[in-house]
Each structure stands twice: as structure tokens, then as C-alpha cells.
Design a protein around this ligand. Structure first.
Ligand SMILES: [Zn+2]
Length: 527
């Protein structure tokens, strides 16, 4: 008690002699920023290279390759891989959905964490190991701060982990950023002020036009792309995104350039509001922007829509990066990567005279159900879930679940464009790339993976989720004063599990519990 009283007096004296702003500046501090671009292919940064200029995408330099060594490349598992430094077999977030107590649920469902309006339970509770932000909290006894901002709940929550100060994500009912009460009981003052200043109604008349001259799109993108009109934009620019505020607008925004603006604006307000990098500590900011993912699913990887989203993302990120640099000078470091890429749509693949196939989940489901009926007799509703490379079967008292899984796996494996279909019981003898995506109590009954350039999907035009380079090879960019790429890695391919130990190095802490890989950076002073 004595000590606390003494410290308070000391702080009081300090505040009396110097205004807060100059005291903070004198203190210094650093900020480490991780930017995750949802669905950014390594090829994307080569595709539009000339448009990014000498500073590179977002002003963050030239890309290095990194490849996910996992069979199933999706948002939730790969954000968790970036933040924890290990794969889903260890961190436990095997998919955007996973099995809990025998039932498929969304990975972000977390009974302990209600969102701010009390309408859903959304939290990072399914992570089995700590994130970098968790480790930062532990290592500094809470002094260092961390903030995650994303459009997607799974992006924010699985980057953050439970130990972050705040994880913000979009609320589709209100058109505002929200969070979980596990972090804070409601919006901090800086966020409330931001959302007052920029209500979602500011987008109600928004029309999405091409940001560059027509010749650039004519050269680099498809003239017309097959599209799924998931957002009512139609097939040609300009796209009318704006409409009266309501669920339709709040959903349309995610697949259009404002989704980048909304996230970056909140991240910048958070840096000011939480005084990140300005308090004598090394703080952590994590951002996930997902406009490319939503538009890629709807219009394909080579569409004008996706190209313009990428170019506008470059513009937005470049401004964001230069403003943070102006604010913090050499005290801010950036690492940028992606959770996965995407496979070109069947139309795009076919146009290159390759074998483009779009396979519906329902085709695989029928193959499995026919085989199960034949083997075990007709049963009502065999399949609880088929999505993202995972099949979850319903349990019946008269059916051995292991044999049922093997029957379904054999049937799916016979579908011509399937590379592997493996029952859970047979997983231990499989390739590492499959085992990295598998957790025995969470992965359901069968994992299946298509051959390259095949899209397995529902209503979308394009998707991701395979271990092939289209989906698994992502760029890594870094702008890290005082640190450079480890010379031995020059020209090599990084592993995304190196991102967490690299962030830890920049933060000056030991890597989180399960991050066993080596950082890809080394201090410039190191010999
Ligand atoms: Zn996606």
C-alpha cells in the first residue's frame, strides 16, 4: 500500500511540472504494426507491381514469399497461425467452423464473451495457445498495450487472443465496430467519438468507380468476369454500393473499398486514443482488412473489381503508413502478410486453356451420402456440416462412426478432382500438410482437398482453402528500422509461423508459448 501511495504522489508531481503531451514524447516508446490482408496472393503483388511504384505495396517495400504448410487455408486458422506462430494442430482453430462437443459451430463462438450489444457470443476462446499480444501482456505485466482492428470478427479475435486490450470488428446489425465484453464493457471514448464523426450513413450514396485510367484495367484484368451478385452491385462499373442504412448496406460495405477505410481509420484513432507507441513501452497494433476476400469470392481473382480493390487498398495503406511514420518517426515497424490467397475462378482458368472446374459442396455430399446409405442402410440426414474441406457426420446408435467416416472418405476420394479425402482415424499416417490442419477433437470426420486450380464452393465464383500456391503462397512485406531479413533467408520461402516470433523480436519479448520457428528478421547490428 505504501509503495502505491508513493508512486501516485510521484506521478502527480510529474504531471504538475510537464504537460501530458511533452511528457509522453520525452518518454518515447515504439509501435509494432502487423497488417494482415485477407486473401492476398503473392501473385497479386506481381500483378499490379508497376502501379505500386518504387515504395511497393502500401509503401512497405518488395514482397518475400511465404507458404502455409497446411491443407486448409482459411481466415480463422491462418490468422491464428500468424498470431500464435504455430499451425491449427496445435493452436486448435482448424477452420472458420470447428467441432465442439460433437457439433459444428463457428470458431468465434465463445460462451464467455458477449458482444457489446449482448446479441452474440464472440470471443477468442477456441485458441489453445497464446498469441503474441497475450505474451506481450504477460511479459510486461500489462504495461504494453495491444489493439486489433478488423472487419471480420475472426480476423480481429484470432489475431488478438484473450490478452489484447481490445479487438474490434464489424457489427452487421448496426454498421459500427463492436467488440466483446471480455475486452471492455463498451466502446472507449475515442471509438465512440470516431463513430459519431463517421456514422455509417456517410456511405449511403457511395458509388464505386475505377480509381485508375481504363487502360490499366484493360491490360491487367478481365474485361468481364463471371460473378455472383451477392451484394447487388451488378456486373459492370460503376457499382452502386450506397443504399439506405440497414443490413443490406452494412453487408455491401464489406465487399467494397470503404471496408478498408473503416478499419484503417479506427486503427489510426486507436493509436491516438490509446497513445500506442508513445508511452515508453513497445506496443502492438494488429490490423486485418478483408475487402479483397469478399470481392474475390464474388468476382474472381482477375476481375476489375478485385484489381481496383487492391489498388485502392494500396492507396489507403500508403497514407496510413506515412501518417504513422510522420507521427512516430523511426519508432514504428510494419510487417504485412496474408492469411491465404485464392484460386482463379473456373472461368479464368478455362480462359487460359487449362482445366477449370467448379465443384459444388453438394456434389461431394451426395457422393458421401450414397455410399453411406449403401453401406449402412438409409438414414435421415447423414451430414451435419460440409464446408471448407471438412465433413462432419451425424451420429447414429447403429452406425460405427469410424467406419462411417472411412466410407464417406473413400466415396469423396473417388470424385475425380479430389486430391485427398481422409477419415479422422487415418490422419496420423498422412502428409504433414494435412496433419497441420487437423485437430482430433475439432476437425470432424473427413478432411478433403481438391487438386490445383479447382474451386470447391457453394454460391461463390472463386474460393481458397487448398495447400497449392494459389491459396497458400502469400507475400510478406516488412519495414522495420534496425532489422533486416536474415541473410540465409534471402531468396527463400518463409513459413508464416515465423511471423509471431518476428513480431516478438520487434517487441523485445520472448515468442509466445508455441512459436518454435525462428524470426525471419535479425537486428542490423547483429553480425
Ligand atoms: Zn475467403
Amino acid at each position: 500500500m505504501m509503495q502505491i501511495a508513493v508512486r501516485r504522489v510521484y506521478l502527480g508531481v510529474l504531471l504538475a511540472v510537464a504537460p501530458l503531451g511533452s511528457a509522453a514524447r520525452a518518454q518515447g516508446g515504439k509501435l509494432v504494426v502487423l497488417v494482415v490482408v485477407d486473401q492476398l496472393r503473392y501473385q497479386d503483388l506481381l500483378w499490379a507491381r508497376e502501379q505500386f511504384g518504387p515504395g511497393g505495396f502500401g509503401g512497405l517495400g518488395q514482397p518475400v514469399q511465404a507458404r502455409y504448410r497446411t491443407a486448409l487455408t482459411h481466415t480463422a486458422p491462418d490468422h491464428a497461425t500468424l498470431s500464435t506462430g504455430t499451425y491449427p494442430d496445435v493452436h486448435g482453430v482448424v477452420g472458420n467452423s470447428l467441432v465442439a462437443d460433437g457439433k459444428p459451430i463457428e470458431a468465434i463462438e465463445d460462451p464467455n464473451c458477449e458482444n457489446w450489444r449482448g446479441t452474440r457470443h464472440q470471443g477468442p476462446g477456441k485458441l489453445l495457445v497464446p498469441t503474441v499480444a497475450d505474451e506481450l501482456k504477460l511479459a510486461t505485466l500489462g504495461r504494453a498495450r495491444s489493439l486489433a482492428v478488423a472487419f471480420k470478427d475472426r480476423g480481429a479475435l484470432f489475431l488478438a487472443g484473450p490478452g489484447a486490450d481490445l479487438a474490434l470488428f464489424w457489427d452487421y446489425d448496426t454498421g459500427e465496430l463492436t467488440s466483446s465484453r471480455c475486452y471492455a464493457s463498451g466502446p472507449p471514448g475515442w471509438l465512440a467519438e470516431l463513430q459519431r464523426k463517421h456514422p455509417v450513413s456517410e456511405w449511403k450514396d457511395y458509388v464505386w468507380t475505377l480509381s485508375r485510367p481504363e487502360a490499366i484495367y484493360a491490360r491487367l484484368a478481365e474485361r468481364e468476369s463471371a460473378f455472383a451478385d451477392s451484394y447487388g452491385f451488378g456486373g459492370q462499373f460503376p457499382h452502386r454500393v450506397g443504399r439506405e442504412p440497414g443490413k443490406s448496406l452494412f453487408t455491401a460495405l464489406r465487399a467494397s473499398p470503404p471496408s478498408t477505410t473503416i478499419v484503417l481509420r479506427a486503427a489510426e484513432a486507436g493509436v491516438s486514443g490509446m497513445r500506442l507507441g508513445d508511452r515508453g513501452e513497445t506496443d502492438l497494433l494488429m490490423i486485418s482488412i478483408s475487402g479483397l476476400d469478399y470481392i474475390g469470392h464474388a468476382y474472381g481473382t482477375a476481375s476489375r473489381e478485385r484489381l481496383d480493390m487492391l489498388l485502392r487498398m494500396h492507396d489507403g495503406l500508403s497514407e496510413f503508413v506515412s501518417r504513422l511514420r510522420a507521427r512516430l518517426k523511426g519508432r514504428v515497424s510494419f510487417v504485412l502478410s496474408a492469411d491465404h490467397g485464392a484460386t482463379p475462378s473456373a472461368q479464368t482458368v478455362t480462359a487460359a486453356r487449362l482445366f477449370g472446374v467448379e465443384l459444388q459442396f453438394s456434389t461431394l455430399e451426395s457422393a458421401a451420402v450414397d455410399a453411406l446409405d449403401k453401406q449402412f442402410g438409409r438414414h435421415d440426414k447423414w451430414v451435419d456440416l460440409i464446408d471448407d474441406g471438412v465433413l462432419v457426420l451425424r451420429r447414429f446408435p447403429d452406425v460405427d462412426p469410424v467406419r462411417a467416416a472411412q466410407t464417406a472418405a473413400s466415396a469423396i476420394a473417388m470424385v475425380p478432382v479430389i486430391w485427398r479425402a481422409v477419415a479422422a482415424a487415418d490422419m496420423p499416417s498422412q502428409d504433414l500438410v494435412l496433419r497441420h490442419s487437423f485437430h482430433p477433437s475439432r476437425s470432424g470426420d473427413v478432411m478433403f482437398v481438391q487438386v490445383p486450380l479447382v474451386t470447391v464452393t457453394g454460391p461463390d465464383i472463386a474460393s481458397h482453402g487448398s495447400p497449392w500456391n494459389e491459396d497458400a503462397l502469400v507475400p510478406v512485406l516488412f519495414a522495420t528500422p534496425g532489422f533486416r531479413l536474415r541473410p540465409a533467408l534471402q531468396g527463400g520461402i518463409l513459413d508464416p509461423i515465423q511471423v509471431a516470433p518476428t513480431l516478438s523480436l520487434l517487441l523485445g519479448i520472448a515468442p509466445p508459448s508455441a512459436a518454435f520457428a525462428e524470426p525471419f528478421l535479425v537486428a542490423e547490428s547483429a553480425r
